[in-house]
Design a binder for this molecule. Structure first.
Ligand SMILES: Cc1ncc(COP(=O)(O)O)c(C=O)c1O
Length: 461
């Protein structure tokens, strides 16, 4: 049966005081709520923190799923005994709540009426709010992919340069490098984090290497301090693909630039494609801004400060939607962190028995995806996925099914035929993702936990 009884280890993150809504703060809050006492928190005043700040100022009981009006989603009707209700992996019709859909529609309609459909005032407002939330300069872009291209070009990646990336990412990572005319070079990942290994990255450096592009896969921060040291030892620039890691403490701290995505499937998903480039460097921020819009000076129409640029700024209507939805951002990340902790405790027995490997419940995670691993190989993984689907009605997924060096285009054959990435390949054959999204209900999560217990336990085979 489902148990959510065992406690999570206390990672010692600071508690109480000013609450900024980053992953460390949310991690501490999850531990507080599970421990039954929430200390006094004051809000940083960030817009992104608005809804959660409201709760911290009074109704902290609503942060606990046992409250009748808790912030966790519930199903309208509990399943009847014996009723088999499916648990979709990421239901498109529930990406935004009905209330969020109304907010988005109102924001969109307001900007439609002004006719400011490309540039417009909401863009700067949203960028300022993002800067406030992250403590970095922010340029909002038309997607995370475009943000990556803009960031790479802005740090000086030129045609023919090499950029070191992991092989287990969404194609946007390698495509951004290719779009710059540069060459993606693959390095292996760390087995616990699933993110770029600083030692392997160091070994991949050649005289043509210009930058390192780590990916905070599933929302877990790569070992950025070590990657920065590797980069500094070789005079390289660092761009973070933080498309899955909004709100993670430390994003942008050890790099030249970090890139977020707000596509509808992300933690902070909007009503279409959007992203942002973050940087702590004011001069670089100017270049990012110019390259994101035709190389133009940000305040002077049609006058170039850069020889080249893209048409990659966010549109005003979507920036307006972003502002409408922004106050819910850290509450969404809180729910994800809480549900991740609930998976970790609910599946702890299977982990302890060596039947399923769980991620550690760490404070450097946005919990974009919850990834588990099986001890066997792909056949065992498929057996378990089939059982949870057929017996439990639970849909799972694999991110990403084809590693970069296993793609079958002539270019991939030419570039990567000799790539050897043992950790990446090992993880790739054993990992899969279980449902974790902004509106996953507690009862759905219980069904996932039950289905995994039934599918994985040897007695149940
Ligand atoms: C790791 C990673 N990099 C880049 C991207 C690209 O972001 P976007 O879809 O906003 O272009 C995504 C999102 O799909 C992603 O998950």
């Amino acid at each position: 049966m489902t148990t959510v009884a065992q406690d999570l280890p206390d990672t010692g993150v600071p508690r109480g005081g000013v609450f900024t809504g980053d992953s460390q703060g949310l991690h501490g809050l999850v531990l507080d709520v599970r421990g039954g006492t929430v200390p006094a928190y004051t809000s940083s005043g960030c817009v992104a923190h608005g809804e959660l700040a409201g709760l911290l100022a009074g109704r902290t009981d609503r942060l606990d799923p046992s409250a009748p009006d808790s912030v966790f989603h519930r199903e309208e009707h509990e399943p009847l005994p014996g009723e088999r209700r499916p648990v979709p992996f990421l239901p498109k019709s529930r990406l935004l709540t009905p209330a969020e859909q109304r907010v988005a529609a109102e924001c969109f309609a307001r900007t439609l009426a002004t006719g400011e459909l490309t540039s417009g005032p909401a863009v700067a407002t949203f960028e300022a709010a993002l800067a406030d939330f992250t403590g970095l300069h922010a340029t909002a872009t038309s997607s995370g992919t475009d943000g990556l291209i803009v960031a790479l070009r802005s740090v000086g990646v030129e045609p023919g340069d090499e950029v070191i990336i992991p092989a287990n990412s969404f194609a946007a990572t390698e495509n951004a490098v290719l779009a710059c005319g540069a060459v993606p070079v693959l390095a292996d990942v760390e087995p616990e984090r699933h993110t770029l290994d600083p030692v392997s990255a160091g070994a991949a450096v050649t005289s043509r290497t210009r930058a390192v592009l780590p990916v905070h896969l599933y929302g877990r921060l790569a070992d950025m301090a070590a990657l920065r040291r590797t980069a500094d030892a070789h005079g390289l620039r660092v761009v973070e693909d933080a498309c899955q890691a909004i709100g993670v403490t430390g994003v942008g701290r050890h790099s030249d630039a970090a890139v977020l995505s707000f596509n509808p499937y992300k933690n902070f998903g909007l009503t279409g494609k959007a992203g942002a480039v973050l940087t702590g460097d004011g001069e670089l921020a100017e270049r990012v801004r110019a390259i994101a819009y035709h190389g133009f000076h940000p305040d002077t129409k049609n006058v170039k400060t850069e020889p080249w640029g893209l048409n990659s700024k966010i549109d005003n209507p979507i920036a307006s939607v972003a502002m409408g939805l922004l106050p819910g951002l850290t509450l969404k990340n809180y729910r994800r962190a809480f549900l991740a902790g609930r998976y970790v405790t609910g599946l702890a027995e299977l982990h302890a028995a060596g039947l399923l490997t769980l991620p550690s419940f760490t404070p450097d995670h946005a919990w974009h995806l919850f990834t588990v691993r099986v001890p066997g190989g792909p056949a065992e993984r498929e057996r378990i996925r089939a059982r949870v689907r057929e017996d439990g009605g639970v849909e799972t997924d694999i991110y990403y099914p084809v590693l970069t060096h296993r793609q079958r285009t002539p270019l991939h054959g030419r570039l990567f035929s000799r790539s050897r990435l043992p950790h990446t390949e090992q993880l790739h054959t054993t990992a899969f993702q279980i449902p974790l999204h902004n509106q996953l209900s507690l009862t759905e999560q219980n069904r996932v936990i039950e289905a995994l217990h039934a599918a994985v336990r040897p007695t149940a085979r």
